[in-house]
Design a protein around this ligand. Structure first.
Ligand SMILES: Cc1cc2nc3c(=O)[nH]c(=O)nc-3n(C[C@H](O)[C@H](O)[C@H](O)COP(=O)(O)OP(=O)(O)OC[C@H]3O[C@@H](n4cnc5c(N)ncnc54)[C@H](O)[C@@H]3O)c2cc1C
Length: 473
């Protein structure tokens, strides 16, 4: 029997942060394995956020978060253009609603400039209404943040993971890490619920559980307190009510409740900020949703009358610290990438770049590969040409024009393609994130039977098995 491989690097966590680190490393001559407890890419916090592409204008100057958001911005622009991640450069308008909030605008503008966001400018109350005529009465001024935008929360982690996989990264799903011990050659033996893996370096990108992994490695640097954010998704008919992301004046604890368009053409209201102890408490509550509606009504009064498509909640990996918890222990061949609280979707590529610096500083050889491959993501953003609109593709293959989810206009060809992706969809949730099928106005009421049958046929699963898996998640 041949010896199991010793990887150069094991990354724990296939959320957007772990996937970004894997993607960056996959372009270097190193052997990398990614271990995730879940069944797919991005099944943790990365699947449930507000999907704003942050500039870092409101981050604390001098913080690692501010620096990595800035570092990430051009990298995300390049990566999204290369792979087909939907981004809309909508800009954001931060609105002050009373004199006290208006007094904070100069300080927020100075903060933005200190973070390199030089295009952030103050605007008068009159300009606020010229920019966003549907806002409720009472705005006292604002801050225009041209660099903020919206990004697809599902395609970004998938594109990063597909890129990593195409360039040689070994992904192991349903591999929950349970213990880590050193071997006699200075490597880590990582025990999982499936089997053990040996690697010279461990990179801890385990999100809500990064403190647990940190302790497995003998450290106790921080504790993650899940901070729940509930959100309401409004129907696409609400989309004309706003042109850009509408931000509140932030507090020390949270960015506050915002209203934002999504790349799918909906409107989001949220998130709440509730400190909990249960790292699995991703349910929404009547109280939380009612509170959001109360906060949203004065900002955009017409929104409250629109139909709600869905509600969801995500858990931020908050710690007692205000900054990211990224630490390197070169002698132990360990890097912790924890506490990536509210901005990880935007900063993921900046974090990955920084982690590569830390590895290089610690003596790890990181030679560029001579050739790399690029994934081409199916376009699920509404501002771009969707597959059902692609006349040439439909002329070549009729399934490209056969719509099976009418709310989200997803075609048969897209369902099949999701089962043949570099990391294929293995269950209905994976299919939803890759295609948007069953995520529209009817929430799958009309299309689930047809979509599931197509998916089951393509993956060789029975419908009973498929629905049982869906129930469990
Ligand atoms: C409500 C809300 C709104 C947000 N809005 C935005 C926004 O608008 N813009 C933005 O940029 N960011 C936003 N964020 C933040 C962003 O979503 C997170 O920073 C980011 O998703 C964190 O990614 P991650 O990879 O660190 O964690 P995760 O996505 O949670 O990934 C960690 C992975 O580790 C795995 N794991 C955990 N323990 C183990 C183990 N023992 N063994 C193996 N695997 C393990 C998990 O299965 C999981 O897949 C928001 C977050 C929330 C909750």
């Amino acid at each position: 029997m041949s010896e199991p491989p010793v990887y150069d690097v094991a990354i724990i966590g296939a959320g957007v942060v772990g996937a970004a680190i894997a993607q960056a490393l996959s372009h270097k001559c190193v052997d990398v394995v990614v271990l995730d407890a879940g069944p797919d890419v991005g099944t943790g916090t990365s699947k449930a956020n507000t999907a704003i592409r942050h500039t870092g204008f409101d981050a604390k100057p001098g913080s690692l978060e501010a620096a990595l958001l800035r570092r990430s911005y051009p990298l995300v622009t390049e990566f999204a253009a290369r792979t087909g991640v939907p981004i809309e450069n909508t800009g954001a308008l931060l609105v002050a609603w009373d004199s006290h909030q208006a007094e904070r605008l100069p300080e927020l503008e100075t903060n933005a400039h200190a973070n390199g966001c030089d295009d952030v400018t103050r605007v008068s109350a009159q300009q606020v209404y010229e920019l966003e005529p549907h806002l409720g009465p009472g705005a006292t001024g604002g801050l225009l943040v041209p660099g903020e935008g919206i990004i697809c929360p599902f395609t970004m982690p998938l594109a990063l993971a597909y890129d990593a996989q195409l360039n040689g990264t070994d992904f192991r799903f349903n591999h929950q890490v349970t213990a880590i011990a050193p071997d006699d050659r200075g490597s880590h033996i990582i025990e999982t619920t499936r089997n053990s893996v040996t690697a010279r370096w461990v990179i801890n990108a385990a999100g809500l559980y990064s403190d647990v992994i940190d302790r497995m490695l003998g450290h106790d640097s921080f504790t993650v307190t899940p901070r729940r954010g509930q959100l309401i998704v409004f129907d696409k008919v609400a989309r004309p009510l706003l042109s850009r992301v509408l931000l509140p004046v932030p507090s020390a604890k949270t960015k506050g409740v915002l209203i934002a368009p999504t790349v799918f053409g909906n409107v989001l209201l949220g998130p709440t900020a509730e400190d909990l102890t249960d790292k699995t408490a991703t349910e929404t509550t009547a109280e939380g949703l009612a509170g959001l509606l109360d906060k949203g009504r004065p900002i955009l009064p017409d929104l409250a009358a629109e139909q709600v498509t869905a509600t969801y909640a995500g858990l931020r990996a908050a710690t007692g610290e205000s900054d990211y918890q990224i630490h390197s222990w070169p002698d132990e061949h360990y890097i912790c990438v924890g506490g990536i609280r509210s901005t990880g979707l935007s900063s993921s590529l900046g974090i990955a770049d920084y982690v590569l610096d830390l590895l290089g500083d610690a003596g790890q050889q990181l030679r560029d590969k001579e050739e790399t491959q690029t994934p081409h993501m199916p376009m699920i953003g509404e501002a771009f040409t969707r597959p059902y609109q692609d006349e040439a593709a439909i002329a070549a293959d009729a399934t490209c024009g056969h719509i099976v989810c009418h709310c989200e206009r997803v075609t048969e060809a897209e369902i099949i393609a999701a089962t043949r992706a570099p990391i294929p969809a293995r269950d209905l949730n994976g299919l939803r994130r890759r295609t948007r099928a069953m995520m529209g106005r009817c929430q799958g009421f009309y299309c689930t039977a047809n979509v599931s049958r197509l998916f089951a046929d393509a993956t060789g699963q029975t419908l009973t098995h498929l629905f049982a898996e869906d129930e469990q998640q």
